[in-house]
Design a protein around this ligand. Structure first.
Ligand code: ADE
Ligand code: ZN
Length: 358
């Protein structure tokens, strides 16, 4: 196993609004991050320039102002998100974005990241599936070699599209089966429940993919969507899924079956603190395998995992031991092979014991 290269010394707590040395050097896992949500304003402008595009924003300041002005909620987020994502056009763009992502992961001491990507959004714009997957894979391989961060890929169904289109994506992915760990589902959720994709998920299970699905927070049918993801799609994880707290029977099923929730307590510029801290606390205390993730780090003020975890620790009143438990949960529900999980969990315990003796 490639040994994790972290900082050696650390202290408790958060000081001067900066992440504590404990959180900074904590070895981390990121399980809910969209490649397309990592385009920094600088990268966006570089892609606009290189690809000769019309783009509504001409400067870093204008991009930041547009991010701040987005309406709350999933649809407001996605409408802006997809304008930005259209700047990715070529195989080389995918390679660069993937490589830059692993540089950011290294800066947050992430040792293992599972990266979502949205093939249908790209192929529907005329970009061949092979340019997407080959470009991303090249960037991840180069980034892994350079930064010592390892990554797996999860292709997402865009749930507002047809099931037929999802099945076509699975067909396109088949020659690249070994490069992709799992299948997820994201994008516009209202009116697009998990059961719409029952056959696509059954086919993906046949192909040997690991399975997850977004059940975003506070959709009109969030709770029944979580039940459907569990019972109909038979997913191993739910992305977000925090409305489960409304149904004690569902919380019990998640806990008993070790179905993890990849929570994303992100903060927009107008939010005083990360979102959803109460629901995360309830699920954490109920023994559900809930984890902390950044979702679209370039599009929220919480950024990458060190800053997000630091803000959650301080606003949520978590101890260092609690923060270690969030990372343990993430290793447990990650799609790393069991022997690699065990190795990393041992590294994490060693790190936590160092803090207990500090
Ligand atoms: N695409 C990027 N981030 C997303 C999210 N959190 N939910 C649904 N689709 C997304
Ligand atoms: Zn997401």
């Amino acid at each position: 196993m490639r040994r994790w290269r972290g900082l050696a010394c650390h202290s408790r707590g958060v000081s001067n609004g900066q992440p504590s040395s404990f959180i900074t050097a904590l070895p981390k896992v990121e399980l809910h991050l969209h490649l397309e949500g990592t385009l920094s304003p600088e990268t966006l402008l570089r892609l606009v320039d290189r690809n000769g595009l019309d783009f509504p924003y001409g400067s870093v300041g204008e991009i930041r102002a547009a991010l701040a002005a987005r309406p709350a909620g999933l649809e407001g987020f996605l409408d802006h998100h997809y304008v930005a994502v259209q700047t990715i056009q070529t195989r080389q763009d995918f390679t660069e974005v993937a490589y830059e992502l692993l540089r950011e992961c290294r800066a947050s001491n992430i040792v293992w990241v599972e990266v979502f990507f949205d093939p249908q959004f790209h192929t529907s714009r005329g970009i061949p599936f092979e340019s997407v997957i080959e470009g991303i894979t090249e960037g991840l391989e180069a980034g892994s070699a350079e930064f010592g961060v390892e990554a797996g890929l999860i292709m997402c169904i865009n749930r507002e599209r047809s099931e037929r289109s999802a099945v076509a994506m699975l067909d396109q992915a088949r020659p690249y089966r070994e490069l992709i760990l799992g299948l997820g589902m994201d994008s516009y959720e209202e009116g697009n429940p998990p059961s719409k994709f029952a056959r696509a998920y059954a086919a993906a299970r046949e192909d040997g993919y690991r399975l997850t699905a977004h059940c975003d927070v506070d959709q009109s049918t969030s709770v029944s969507n979580i039940w459907e993801a569990v019972d109909v799609l038979r997913v191993e994880r739910i992305d977000h899924g925090l409305n489960a707290v409304e149904d004690p029977g569902l919380v019990e099923v998640l806990r008993e079956r070790s179905i993890g929730l990849t929570a994303c307590p992100v903060r927009r510029p107008t939010d005083p603190e990360p979102q959803d801290l109460d629901r995360i606390r309830q699920l954490f205390e109920a023994g559900v395998l809930v984890t902390l993730n950044t979702d679209d780090p370039a599009e929220f003020d919480t950024g990458y995992l060190t800053t997000l975890m630091s803000e959650v620790q301080s606003a949520g009143g978590y101890t260092n031991a609690d923060m270690v438990r969030f990372v343990q949960n993430a290793f447990e529900i990650s799609w790393l092979p069991q022997n690699r999980k065990d190795d990393y969990l041992a590294v994490l315990s060693e790190y936590a014991e160092g803090d207990a003796g500090a």
